[in-house]
Design a protein around this ligand. Sequence first.
Ligand SMILES: Nc1nc2c(ncn2[C@@H]2O[C@H](COP(=O)(O)OP(=O)(O)O)[C@@H](O)[C@H]2O)c(=O)[nH]1
Ligand SMILES: [Mg+2]
Length: 408
Amino acid sequence: MRTKGSTRTGGEKESRDERQDPVETIDPTPLFEAASQARESFGRFNLAIAGGTGVGKSSLLNAVFGEDRAATGIGLPVTRGIHYYVNHDKTLGIWDFEGFEVGTTLTPAQMVQENLSTISTGPPEKQVSVVWYCVLSSVARLTPAEIDAIRAFDAAGKHVIIVLTKVRRARNLAGRWTLDEDAEKFLDFLAEPRDHRGEPIDLPTVTVIATAAVDQGKYGPKHGLADLMTATLGLSPEVAQDAFRVAQRLSLPLKLELARRFTAAAAVSAAAAAAVPVPFADAAMLAPIQLGMMGKISAVYGIDLRVVLSAQAVSQLATQIAGKALARSVVKLIPGAGSVINASVAAALTAASGEAWTRICERVFTGELKLDDVESLWSSYGPTVTQVLGWVLKNKTNSTIPMAAEVP
Ligand SMILES: Nc1nc2c(ncn2[C@@H]2O[C@H](COP(=O)(O)OP(=O)(O)O)[C@@H](O)[C@H]2O)c(=O)[nH]1
Ligand SMILES: [Mg+2]
């Protein structure tokens, strides 16, 4: 692949066809606009978390969402005994029902009822998406007051996940981790809840997940968090699901699914933009589409490009995205494509750029990479002619619009 640097000086020896086109300024605005639009469109995932002090609520929240959250007190409905927190990009809201034991005359169920009804009069972006009802696994059963509180959530139409916390495990003879006796007892109790007289208890159908939010030494490493996230996503209303994918920090695949949706949509737009084939010199017309795609993908990984990129880095990036050198090479190598970018080349370039940018964002998110030098990052991660070609050839046999996932 020809890089920007190498084409700049080699003009004389090259044929006319290969000569570097005049440097164009690419407007990077779509990058930032798309990112903020994406952040808006994610909405907010609101978790209600309940359980006594010390059961491990904060540790769970930290394990799944990181420590980025701050209490907000402005413009909120008055709630008793609970607090509302939001994260930096506002994709996560947490209703912390911590105050169950704090001396009010209300029972936990009344407190849940009263607070949920207050919340329900508030704005849509603060409505509870799902409930984590946290209980220490070692207590092995729920109290009648807790059961009433869970019923109150259920009666208000909220899905409750009972999260058993600090679940210890032991290695069995085969060397596999298994739940300890307390947790097993608790699960048995929840499967068929009975009170102390042995009478059946009417508990709403709830999902139960056994977890440990931190490593527990001889009782094993942390566990259950992936199951907790799958259950949470599955029980959340659709309007909150993208926000959950963005807000959680534990699962890259959950973010990847969302990033790939943006890539696939951009590939479709690029194909449409090149429905009437354009000369490769006009590859820059794909830049707004690709920049927009990249802005959205950055938002998925919580990367604020305005903060992490200098103006110079942004302009380098935009120029690279215009992808002229790449487009030209691809066009030359496709038999019969002539000197134009057609729909499938445009889609392939875009899909491959989306995949490459996603890989960069993942690594920036995990701290493996810094975005400081976008130009060198892009030359090692950016799509190659082989990737784009492979994709085009694969898609020649069927005329479907490419999915990013199919990019080799
Ligand atoms: N063994 C063990 N300790 C935990 C676990 N989760 C939290 N803890 C510890 O329990 C204590 C209380 O946890 P915290 O998250 O602050 O509870 P919260 O009051 O419900 O927010 C802290 O010392 C944590 O380190 C766990 O899964 N296993
Ligand atoms: Mg806490």
